[in-house]
Design a protein around this ligand. Structure first.
Ligand SMILES: *Cc1c(COP(=O)(O)O)cnc(C)c1O
Length: 378
C-alpha cells in the first residue's frame, strides 16, 4: 500500500512567535525533550511495574505524585489523560445517569461533554455577559440555593478556575465556601491555571481539582492531573472486584509512557515558573495597554486582566479587512511576515491571544507589529 506524507511538520508554528493561548503553557523545556526521547517507546514507564502505575518507583512516579499533591495542596494525586478525563472520572464516580450537577456559565465544552457522556443534567450559573463575562459568586449561590429550594438534588458543583474564552479567574475560595455550606462537593477545573499560577486546593475549599499537562504544565501530553481530597479517595479510587489492585475509574492504568515522562521532567521548571506568575501578569497587562493604544482594539473580560489569556474585540482591524484586497486574511498574513503566528486565519472581528513565557522584548516586538500593521493599512 502507498500512503501520502501526512504533513507531520510544524516548524512554522514552532519557530515563530506563537500567540495561540492553547500553545503557550505546553512548551517543553530542554529536560523534557530529553525525557521525551528517552521514553519514546510504548509502555516505556512500565519496565518495573508491579501492577499499579501510581506505585512505580523507577521512574519515580510514586514520589512524583506525592510531590504533585503537595504542589497543589491536596491529599492524593493521580495522572489522567487530560483535564476532561479527570472531570469525567469524578462525575462518573459520584453521579448516576439522570443526576444533576451545577456548572458555571464559562465552562469549557469538555465539562459539558463529560456530563453528557455520564447522562447528567446541567444547571448553569450565567456569567455577567458583555463585556466582562464574570462568574459572580453571589450568582453562583443564588442559582445553587434556588435549585435546592425547588427540590433539586445536586450531586456535584463544577467551577472553571480560569476559562478559555476570556481568561477570567473565578473566586474559587468564595464559591468553595458556598458549595461547602450547602454540602455539595466542588470540582475545580484548573486546566488554564495549574502549572501557571499557584493552586492551593485546601485553602480554596475544593474537593477535586483537575489540571492539564499539555495546556499548562509544559508536558507533551496528553496528560492531566486529578487531585482528590482524602474523604473522597475511597469513592473515586474504588478498586476493581475482579482485578483487585486496579483502580476502576483509572481503567487500571492511565498515562503509560512519554506523556508522563515529560510531565515529570518538566516539574522542577513548572514549580519554578509558578513563582513568576505575578511577572507574567505584569507583562500581559503591559501588552494589553499597548494593544489598546491601537484604534478599535479593546480587551474584554475582567479588567485589568488576571490571566495571560486575553480576548480583544478588534473592530479597527475588521474595518481594514473590508477594504483590503486580502480581506480578512491580511492580519494573519501581515503577522506571519513578521514571524508572528497563532491568530486564526481570516479572523478580524476579535481574537484571543497570550504572550505567556515571552520576554519583554518579544512582547514589545509583537505589540509594535500590531500597531504597524494597523497604521500601514488604515
Ligand atoms: C483546554 C481546556 C480543557 C481541556 O483540557 P484537556 O487536558 O485537553 O482535557 C478543559 N477546560 C478548560 C477550561 C480548558 O481551557
Amino acid at each position: 500500500m502507498e500512503c501520502q506524507d501526512y504533513g507531520l511538520n510544524r516548524s512554522v508554528e514552532r519557530r515563530n512567535l506563537n500567540l495561540n493561548p492553547l500553545q503557550r503553557g505546553g512548551v517543553l523545556p530542554k529536560e523534557a525533550r530529553v525525557a521525551l526521547y528517552e521514553f519514546s517507546d510504548g509502555y516505556s514507564v512500565c519496565d518495573y511495574c508491579a501492577g499499579r502505575l501510581d506505585e512505580i518507583s523507577k521512574p519515580a512516579i510514586s514520589s512524583f505524585l506525592e510531590d504533585m499533591a503537595r504542589f497543589i495542596n491536596i491529599d492524593i494525586a493521580r495522572t489522567v489523560h487530560g483535564a476532561r478525563e479527570g472531570k469525567f472520572a469524578v462525575m462518573h464516580a459520584l453521579c448516576n445517569p439522570g443526576d444533576t450537577i451545577i456548572v458555571d456559565g464559562n465552562a469549557h465544552y469538555t465539562t459539558h461533554l463529560a456530563a453528557e457522556r455520564n447522562g447528567l443534567e446541567i444547571i448553569e450559573v450565567p456569567n455577567s455577559s458583555h463585556p466582562e463575562y464574570i462568574i459572580n459568586p453571589e450568582k453562583y449561590r443564588e442559582v445553587l440555593e434556588n435549585s435546592i429550594d425547588e427540590g433539586k438534588e445536586i450531586k456535584l458543583a463544577v467551577l472553571t478556575h480560569v476559562d478559555g474564552n476570556y481568561g477570567n479567574l473565578t473566586d474559587a475560595t468564595r464559591i468553595g465556601k458556598i458549595t461547602a455550606d450547602n454540602n455539595i462537593p466542588l470540582l475545580l477545573n484548573c486546566a488554564y491555571s495549574m502549572g501557571r499560577l499557584p493552586i492551593d486546593a485546601k485553602k480554596m475549599n475544593v474537593d477535586f481539582v483537575v489540571g492539564s499537562g499539555h495546556k499548562s504544565m509544559a508536558a507533551s501530553g496528553p496528560i492531566g492531573i486529578l487531585g482528590i481530597r482524602e474523604e473522597w479517595a475511597a469513592k473515586i479510587l474504588e478498586r476493581s472486584k475482579r482485578h483487585q489492585v486496579k483502580e476502576l475509574e483509572m481503567l487500571g492504568c492511565t498515562s503509560r509512557g512519554a506523556p508522563i515522562a515529560t510531565l515529570m521532567a518538566s516539574f522542577p521548571h513548572v514549580i519554578d515558573r509558578v513563582n513568576s506568575w505575578k511577572d507574567e501578569i505584569k507583562k500581559t497587562r503591559h501588552f494589553v495597554k499597548r494593544l489598546e493604544e491601537i484604534e478599535g482594539v479593546t480587551q474584554i473580560g475582567v479588567k485589568p486582566t488576571e490571566h495571560d489569556l486575553v480576548r480583544f474585540e478588534t473592530p479597527g482591524f475588521d474595518e481594514i479587512a473590508q477594504n483590503h484586497p486580502r480581506k480578512g486574511f491580511f492580519l494573519y498574513e501581515e503577522l506571519k511576515k513578521r514571524n508572528i503566528v497563532g491568530i486564526k486565519r481570516g479572523q478580524t472581528k476579535w481574537f484571543k491571544c497570550s504572550v505567556y513565557g515571552f520576554t519583554k522584548e518579544q512582547i514589545d516586538y509583537i505589540s509594535l507589529s500590531f500597531k504597524e500593521i494597523a497604521e500601514k493599512n488604515r
